[in-house]
Design a protein around this ligand. Structure first.
Ligand code: UDP
Length: 238
């Protein structure tokens, strides 16, 4: 499947049309950004590592019955995906308090959350992706009742699969963000799952293994992404 016109270039990925109107090519780039694009860098090998981790995770989720937009990984940095009408919402699950939850509620980082929390954020860079609730989504037409139910159900089901997967590989899945879209009336998991969009801590030492290494200048960002891949059993070559 050949990539054709560029449709959209985001902060870390680009999306291209193909000769099939229902399929797009997603490119994982080395560009990395944080704080709504205020901090930027090129991190060598990031695109390839994230494409490989994303493929592995999406395959595990699909096996567990979660419908995903990924069709197949095409090469080092490209993947073939189904075209989706994206919902303008980010779904965040937290198993441990960190990041904006700590800033918003004044709780200490590292507190285990039982049950895990489910939050919605509006995708809007200018407004810095504000925290919103179900009634906002309904009132403004960002999603309907059944779509909100389905997003929450699938995001929490993904948590069962992924928390176990990371735990068995010696890591704690602290939190993560998922995005969904509609294809032929069905809700599919879109976007990506990689260390760019989740928090992962070493189970034994608590060391950060995700994009917080970039946000907080902790160093060796991609070395840690590769360590996440190795522990999960994601092949980094071939
Ligand atoms: N996240 C993301 N994209 C966003 C916002 C958040 O991938 O636009 C991820 C983030 O990496 C973390 C989780 O969602 O794993 C929760 O993020 P949080 O709300 O704590 O915000 P942050 O501290 O990253 O600003």
């Amino acid at each position: 499947m050949q990539k054709q016109a560029l449709l959209y270039a985001g902060k870390a990925k680009s999306v291209f049309k193909t000769d099939d109107p229902d399929l797009y090519v997603m490119e994982f780039r080395n560009d990395t950004s944080a704080f709504d694009g205020a901090k930027k860098a090129q991190l060598e090998r990031k695109g390839e590592v994230n494409n490989r981790i994303n493929t592995f995770i999406m395959e595990r989720l699909a096996e567990a019955g979660i419908p995903v937009h990924l069709v197949e990984r095409l090469d080092a940095t490209h993947a073939l995906v189904r075209r989706l009408e994206m919902l303008p919402l980010e779904c965040v699950v937290r198993n441990v308090a960190a990041g904006s939850l700590c800033r918003r509620l004044g709780v200490e980082e590292g507190r285990t959350l039982t049950p895990p929390t489910f939050e919605l954020f509006l995708k809007n860079d200018e407004l810095h992706d504000p925290f919103v609730n179900r009634s906002h989504a309904l009132a403004f037409g960002w999603a309907d009742e059944s779509q909100l139910d389905e997003m929450e159900r699938l995001t929490l089901k993904a948590n069962d699969v992924l928390s176990r997967l990371f735990d068995e590989a010696g890591m704690k899945l602290v939190d993560y963000k998922l995005e969904f879209g509609i294809s032929e009336g069905q809700m599919l998991l879109g976007d990506e799952f990689s260390p760019d969009g989740c928090r992962i801590w070493d189970k034994a030492t608590g060391e950060k293994m995700d994009k917080d290494r970039f946000r907080q200048d902790l160093g060796d960002v991609i070395g840690f992404y590769e360590e996440v891949a190795r522990r999960l059993g994601v092949p980094l070559e071939g």
